[in-house]
Design a protein around this ligand. Structure first.
Ligand code: PHE
Ligand code: ZN
Length: 854
């Protein structure tokens, strides 16, 4: 709109510039008169100047608002509209500010502020969306109580807190807990609820609801159970109780992220809450359970204690991700959850940390905060907390957390506040540990060993490559969980945590009868890249004998990577010893099926590319693809005679239950089916497709068939069956691209963008197509450059519709410096083309410039 002039130098915000707001906000009263293109928002806000304010400029954020009137203590005032908001002369004593603005939710395709999704009104305010609803000090350290009146003819009209009244055409809500504006929410539409209830440990009854569009009622039961489990778990493990009489969850189809923790009114991307056996896979169920927990846990870590400013985002996100991971580990399998998280960390966070978008978990500058909802802030932020817990021990961890809740309830805090509770609870100095929050980049830890006269020595050398703006790095505190095995496979030293604090450091173990085999970085005790020269036979030994399940998997994973790297670099044949080890494992019914499925899942092609890059090679995507194909084909042949038996033995009979046990078995069964499909022409997969009564098995069969180019009929049938289900259709869109060969991936994606059900307005659908393209490593990076071109074109088209999603998806290009000069030139040209687009959003501009300038 009339904001900044096009292509004006974007403003950068710095952590060091933090200044508190000069006014207390005593209370907020909002009245909404809903109308799709002309919603009126009346605000009545009581401000009191702070006596000790260093700055008493009265500035309220506001964007894309039409100001109708402004009053102070009932008298009209003239506000000066300035860049990003307004200023006004105000009294030096407490006063009532009133403003009336008009907004256009139906035209809001950015999905930030108040917008419409399938005829339903809904809001998204984090991080800085409230300023698109009314003029306000839209910053997380300004907290107030909100009273909301909604006027409109929608059957259901919700806001935060508790309902205080309703009648024909209106509803009123009051939230007694002071909160920052980013936690404000409003939903209105034709909705139905799936009810539930929970009694807290102190005996308070809480009404629970999941609100959905009519037709989706049948997909709420699982989410409701997950919510109750989360509420119970937070009481049991952290002693934290829910604090309102009502907890509402709403599912919306158009949403930029996964879900949002608005106080008492969580809003979810429908893909992250709606579930049924017929339409959701095991992976969907697990993710939904985790996200419901995550948003619920935010009630304490995020809402009751929030962030002082957005630089502190990982204070709430890192901690809440850490908590939801603990929850999932408790509800399901601890080692499986850890392995899944490390796979995801390496797939998403390591490339970020090693590329042009690298930033510390607590960044010190940004142009657009929406660009910092990253794997580093979330997942590395959680890893940092995991390290802290390991260093201080469980008891101290919970002691520190209790102190955190006691000391900071109702406050907007910083990382300093967070670390201080640990220092106070444990007496430990965390100044060096704090580097994890300020230094970007993944540390590399080189390990060497020595054995003489019964004494075994491990020497660690840590270093972190330069990242944008941070050429030099200081050594960090790295908790290194280590165990030692004897050559016959017995554990001779149980897990202990070595604390690395120096650039180079040695640790000795005495009294060992023979040179042990070390199991290093157990449970992945720190987010680092371990570099150690070792043999494949030692890896195979650890895969067979390590007592730490994570490291057993890790040994197999490292072995798989070595084998694949050798295939790519030297054209070697798949290592026979490794194939034997895999065969042994997959046939070993003593082993947990989920674990076997994980070991049987090959490292991703982009993981191989990343590994090659880390070792100084230029990855060739096509060769990586070919090696993956050859390897899988060889493995299938090796297992040929046992596959039918294994398939039968791992098939889960009986009614579908989305629990961890069944999911593990189905994951293994799915892996076996995909191998079998390479040999039997798709016979078994076709049978499974025809008889499946749940999405996990239907999808596994379809994926196996499509990968083998034998799924045309089933793909058509799938479309016919599910075309009215948006979430299942997202799978259908994505799968075609994921299964496409490198040379056809871009063309397949392009064709799908012409499909009548493709839409730029629905982020899930856009991501299904463009995310799948970016995820097809060899297809996206195909030498023709067609993948790059198609993504760039679509990002340019999306930018004017939805800047947030565009900017996030730009990150698909972040690994561009890994590849050869021809590909680099192709990507650079696309990035420059995006940057040259007129009226490019601030979001996308920042992302693309960062990628180009590094
Ligand atoms: N705070 C949300 C979460 O992590 C994520 C989110 C951020 C959602 C910004 C919407 C917008 O749970
Ligand atoms: Zn969160």
């Amino acid at each position: 709109m009339n904001d900044a002039a096009p292509n004006a130098a974007p403003q950068t915000f710095y952590l060091k510039d933090y200044k508190p707001f000069g006014y207390e906000v005593e209370s907020v009263k909002l009245t909404f008169q809903l109308s799709p293109n002309a919603t009126k928002v009346h605000s009545a806000i009581r401000f009191t100047p702070k006596a000790d304010a260093e700055d008493n400029r009265f500035f309220l954020h506001g964007e894309q608002l039409s100001l109708i009137s402004a009053k102070i203590d009932g008298s009209p005032v003239t506000a000066r509209l300035v860049d990003g908001g307004l200023e006004c002369d105000v009294p030096r004593t407490s006063f009532l500010w009133e403003a009336e603005v008009e907004i256009d939710p139906a035209a809001n395709t950015a999905l930030e502020g108040l917008y419409m999704s399938n005829g339903m009104y809904c809001t998204q305010c984090e991080a800085e969306g409230f300023r698109k609803i009314t003029y306000y000090p839209d910053r997380p350290d300004v907290m107030s109580t909100f009273t909301v009146r909604i006027e409109g003819d929608e059957p259901v009209m919700l806001s935060n807190g508790n309902p205080t009244g309703a009648g024909e055409g209106w509803a009123e809500w009051h939230d007694p807990w002071p909160k920052p504006a980013y936690l404000f929410a409003l939903v209105a539409g034709d909705l139905v609820n799936h009810p539930g209830s929970f009694t807290t440990k102190s005996g308070k009854d809480v009404e629970l609801n999941i609100w959905v569009r009519p037709g989706d009622e049948g997909k709420c039961a699982f989410g409701m159970e997950a919510l109750k489990k989360s509420m119970k778990w937070d009481e049991d493990v952290y002693g934290l109780e829910y604090d309102l009489d009502l907890f509402n969850i709403v599912a919306v189809d158009d949403f930029n992220m996964g879900a949002m923790e608005n106080k008492g009114l969580n809003i979810f991307n429908s893909s992250c809450v709606l579930a049924s056996p017929e339409t959701s896979t095991d992976a969907n169920f697990e993710r939904i359970e985790a996200i419901i927990a995550h948003e619920y846990f935010h009630n304490w870590t995020g809402n009751r204690i929030t962030c002082r400013d957005w630089f502190q985002l990982c204070l709430k996100e890192g901690l809440t991700v850490f908590r939801d991971a603990q929850f999932t580990a408790d509800m399901r399998s601890e080692p499986v959850k850890r392995i899944e998280d490390v796979i995801a960390l390496r797939a998403r966070q390591f490339p970020e940390d090693g590329g042009p978008l690298a930033h510390p978990p607590r960044p010190e500058e940004f142009q657009e905060i929406n660009n910092f909802y990253t794997a580093t802030v979330y997942e590395k932020g959680a890893e940092v907390i995991g390290m802290l817990k390991r260093l201080v021990g469980d008891d101290n961890y919970y002691k520190a957390l209790n102190l955190y809740f006691e000391r900071h309830d109702g406050q907007a805090c910083t990382i300093e506040d967070w670390l201080k509770v640990f220092e106070d609870a444990t007496g430990r100095d965390l100044s060096q540990f704090k580097l994890w929050y300020s230094q970007a980049g993944t540390p590399r830890v080189k390990v060497t060993e020595d054995y003489a006269d019964g004494t075994y020595t491990l020497t660690f050398e840590q270093s972190t490559p330069p990242t944008p703006g941070q050429p030099e790095k200081a050594p960090r505190v790295i908790p290194m969980a280590v165990g030692l095995l004897s050559p016959n496979g017995d554990e001779v030293r149980g897990t202990q945590v070595l604390e690395l604090t120096e650039a180079k450091q040695s640790f000795t173990f005495d009294g060992l009868a023979s040179k042990p085999v070390p199991s290093i970085l157990r449970e992945f005790s720190a987010p680092v890249i371990l570099e150690r020269e070792t043999t494949n036979s030692e890896r195979a030994f650890l895969l067979a004998h390590d007592t730490d399940p994570f490291n057993r998997w890790e040994a197999g994973n490292a072995l798989a990577k070595e084998v694949r790297v050798a295939m790519v670099l030297d054209g070697a044949a798949p290592d026979a010893a490794y194939l034997d080890a895999l065969e042994k494992l997959v046939r070993d019914d003593e082993q947990d099926p989920a674990f076997r499925a994980l070991v049987l899942s090959p490292p991703s092609q982009s993981d191989i590319a990343q590994t090659l890059h880390e070792r100084g090679h230029t990855p060739d995507p096509q060769k990586i693809y070919d090696a993956a194909e050859t390897f899988t084909q060889t493995l299938a042949q090796q297992l040929e005679t046992s596959l039918p038996r294994l398939y039968a033995a791992t098939t889960v009979e009986g009614p579908y239950v989305p629990d961890a046990d069944g999911a593990g078995k189905r994951a293994l069964n799915g892996r076996i089916l995909s191998l079998l499909t390479r040999l039997d022409g798709g016979e078994q997969a076709a049978r499974q497709y025809a008889s499946a009564d749940n999405m996990t098995q239907q999808y596994a069969a379809l994926a196996a068939l499509m990968k083998a180019e034998k799924g045309e009929a089933q793909s058509k049938a799938f479309f016919e069956q599910w075309q009215d289900d948006r979430l299942v259709m997202d799978k259908w869109f994505a799968l075609q691209i994921a299964c496409a060969a490198p040379e056809t991936a871009a063309a397949t994606a392009k064709e799908l963008t012409q499909h009548p059900l493709f839409s730029m307005k629905n982020p899930n659908r856009f991501r299904a197509v463009m995310g799948a393209l970016a995820g097809n490593h060899a297809g996206f990076h195909h030498a023709s450059g067609a993948g790059y071109q198609l993504l760039a074109e679509n990002l340019i088209a999306l930018d004017s519709v939805n800047p947030q999603t565009t900017a996030r998806m730009c990150a698909a290009f972040q690994t561009w410096k890994r590849y050869d000069s021809k590909r680099q030139a192709q990507i650079q040209a696309e990035l420059e083309r995006i940057l040259a687009t007129s009226d490019l959003s601030r979001d996308t501009h920042e992302m693309v410039s960062r990628m180009l300038s590094a």
